[in-house]
Write a protein that binds this ligand. Structure first.
Ligand code: SF4
Length: 312
């Protein structure tokens, strides 16, 4: 089961500066499929509840985390040290769901002020999240507000499950065979995000045996997660679906082939959601015994009950 670090206020914990919370109901749905592990970085560095609010302040090119009322109270070093320490403590997490706009947790578009407390731009990153993104660029990170966007939600959760499978592989022990199998089983998924990334990853893995395995695996996973972060556009899904149906061709009657082609075409025209061709593909796959096909995570990247393909 994936583990997701989550801003504690989103889980209903009353840890905000004003003693309140920002419970997000969708996280209650997710909790059935993954462990949501709460963290409040501001409480973590010893700030109480309630507490005076803090904000990001830019001095020259440096951004610092200061108390709004009293700029002599600077929490920058404490917060960066805390974020680094938590990285070690939570080395088994598969993602992070961050509270938007927070000077500690926000992922993007956080307000940044000048020394006079005037807003100068909204391109800041929460200090805790910024450290995590810099030191673990492969980790899926998303803000709770953006999870309302069905495409971003599907993309984030798919990456979380990929990260979780990779973590399991690492726990079982990295071998060349396991690395190749991992890539093979994600083939169509990567294809749906980027054909060129799929080809690049294939070329990278062709160096197995010629390069140190650990370095190869590290580079592979970084590139894989970067590729999956790119939005899987409709034409890319259509391309991957057509490749899959081409593989299935030998097993299907001409009537089944036509029905599948129609479902893919309906999806291409935007008349049906992605779940429709996938339901047909999975139906056919369940009737044939083909290990290669059965192993493709593209067919079932996460528990179907999450319904992530119903609206995209
Ligand atoms: Fe704590 Fe982050 Fe929520 Fe602020 S946004 S209350 S720091 S968990």
């Amino acid at each position: 089961m994936p583990v997701i670090l989550t801003s504690a206020c989103l889980l209903g914990q009353q840890v905000r500066y004003d003693g309140g919370h920002k419970r997000n109901r969708y996280l209650e749905t997710l909790a059935a499929y993954m462990e949501l592990r709460p963290i409040c970085p501001e409480v973590g560095i010893g700030l109480g509840v309630p507490r005076p609010p803090i904000h990001l302040v830019q001095h020259d090119s440096q951004v610092r985390l200061l108390e709004v009322r009293d700029h002599s109270r600077d929490f920058t070093d404490k917060m960066t040290d805390f974020a680094r320490a938590q990285l070690n403590e939570h080395d088994s997490v598969d993602g992070f769901i961050a509270k938007k706009d927070s000077p500690s947790c926000g992922m993007a578009r956080v307000r940044v002020h000048d020394g006079e407390r005037q807003l100068i731009h909204k391109r800041g990153v929460g200090m805790f999240t910024g450290v995590w993104q810099a030191l673990r660029p492969e980790l899926p990170v998303e803000e709770e507000g953006r999870l309302n966007d069905l495409i971003l939600r599907e993309n984030f959760l798919q990456r979380v499950f990929v990260h979780c499978r990779w973590r399991k592989l690492r726990e079982e022990g990295l071998t060349t065979a396991r690395l190749i199998e991992f890539h093979t089983r994600h083939k169509y998924m990567v294809m749906a995000h980027s054909i060129s990334a799929y080809q690049r990853l294939g070329r990278l893995l062709s160096q197995a045996g010629k390069r140190p395995l650990e370095a190869l695996a590290k580079g592979y996973f970084l590139q894989l997660m970067a590729a999956l972060q790119r939005r899987a556009r409709r034409p890319n899904h259509v391309n991957a679906l057509q490749h899959l149906s081409g593989y299935l061709r030998k097993y299907l009657s001409s009537q089944d082939r036509q029905e599948l082609a129609r479902a893919i075409e309906d999806y291409r025209r935007g008349e049906v959601p992605l779940i429709v061709p996938f339901t047909l593909l999975r139906h056919h796959q369940s009737h044939i015994r083909d290990l290669y096909l059965a192993g493709q995570y593209y067919l079932e990247p996460y528990p179907p009950a999450l319904g992530l393909r119903n609206g995209i």
